[in-house]
Design a protein around this ligand. Structure first.
Ligand code: FNR
Length: 355
């Protein structure tokens, strides 16, 4: 019996397996509105056997976009454009999640294949970024430190976006607190030098994340699973680390989080990461044990047996895969075949199932 292809239940939701699509920015939205690209892109993974398809980092306010091409959920037009995508995922037997995000000091940058890199100047449509402290990400424009009302507005924006996500039909809301974006900037002492209640001790640095969690939970109710993606280490001296990540994850659990999606890095350009197959699995295991909360593992997990082994070892409860789905949108069907698991194929594809 494959664990990877066993059902997973969080609150009122049961997903068909534990092989999920990791959120991946497509930098292809117009004014935050998803396009035909997103529809085809996300639906194909549901056809390809994913249990849960989590849509990309989606900004809760316009100034929280990484680039002008990010998706958003700060208005109803954006919500309505997501709805048919969620429906397409559901029709293919998978469930749909969305990652809600605010890029903080890493907002207002060129998309990856633009001819320029780094911060977008005001004359080219860039905007002033905000962060816990006025400390720039190396090479980017300096942000403005958020004041108390700015922080309240961030909390309210996450809650409003969560409401729209549920109204669009999403089954899971994931809060993006990783990869050096706003909530991670608050968590790390390398980017948070505040002296008020949102800085200093770990309790202070975690306060905004926990407020966001409370507000999102209040908005979505008790039935909806809420996940949190964290970077469990900054891979930099003096930064947020696995010990702090476990403590914050335990607090997140008390504040209604159902799973910690464990990634790493992204806070500072001078990070030093040793990248190898499954390089973040150990962090997922640490947080699972130390935070006493279900986790998912992600990062260079590219083969069925490898994913299965992570679950057999008890390092995580589910597997997020990113780039392998881009190489093979039917990775889930292939993985099930490799592991000998019986899964439902789209009827339209049955002639290709075994021969
Ligand atoms: C990403 N990643 C990412 N992570 C995240 O939390 N939110 C996002 O929107 C994105 N966007 C994104 C776009 C693209 C094109 C890639 C390749 C990656 C990171 C991704 O979710 C995943 O954590 C990493 O890619 C590591 O997993 P894989 O790709 O080794 O399976």
């Amino acid at each position: 019996m494959s664990i990877l292809f066993s059902e997973a239940t969080f609150r009122s939701l049961t997903v068909r397996n534990r092989l999920w699509v990791s959120p991946m920015c497509m930098y292809s939205a117009v004014d935050g509105v998803v396009q035909e690209w997103h529809h085809t892109h996300l639906a194909q993974f549901a056809s390809g056997g994913a249990g849960l398809v989590v849509a990309e980092a989606t900004a809760v306010v316009p100034e929280g976009r990484i680039s002008p091409r990010d998706t958003g959920l700060w208005n109803d037009e954006q919500r309505d454009a997501w709805a048919p995508i969620v429906q397409a995922i559901h029709e293919r037997g998978a469930h749909a999640g969305i990652q809600l995000a605010h890029a903080g000091r890493k907002a207002s940058t060129w998309w990856p294949w633009a001819e320029r890199h780094g911060s977008i100047p005001a004359e080219d449509g860039g905007w002033t970024t905000s962060a816990p402290s006025a400390i720039a990400f190396e090479g980017f424009a300096a942000p403005v430190a958020l004041d108390a009302s700015g922080i309240d507005a961030v909390v309210a924006a996450f809650a409003a976006a969560a409401r729209r996500a549920i109204d669009a039909g999403f089954d899971v809301v994931e809060i993006h607190a990783a990869h050096g974006y706003l909530l991670h900037q608050f968590l790390s002492p390398l980017s948070n030098e505040r002296t008020d209640e949102y800085g200093g001790s770990l309790e202070g640095r975690a306060r905004l994340l926990l407020r966001v969690l409370d507000a999102v939970r209040a908005e979505v109710g008790d039935a909806v699973p809420v996940f949190v993606r964290i970077s469990a280490t900054d891979h930099a001296e003096g930064g947020f680390d696995a010990a702090e990540a476990s403590i914050v994850s335990a607090w997140a659990s008390e504040h209604g989080a159902d799973l910690i999606d464990v990634s790493s890095g992204g806070l500072v350009a001078h990070q030093s990461i040793d990248v190898f197959p499954g390089y973040q699995v150990g962090l997922a295991a640490d947080v699972r044990r130390g935070g006493r909360i279900p986790t998912s593992a992600v990062g260079l997990i590219t083969a069925a047996e490898q994913a299965e082994q992570v679950l057999v070892d008890g390092a995580a409860d589910a597997i997020f895969v990113g780039r392998e789905w881009l190489r093979d949108p039917h990775f889930g069907l292939r993985a099930a075949h490799v592991l000998g698991a019986q899964v439902r194929w789209p009827e339209q594809y049955l002639r290709a199932r075994w021969h």
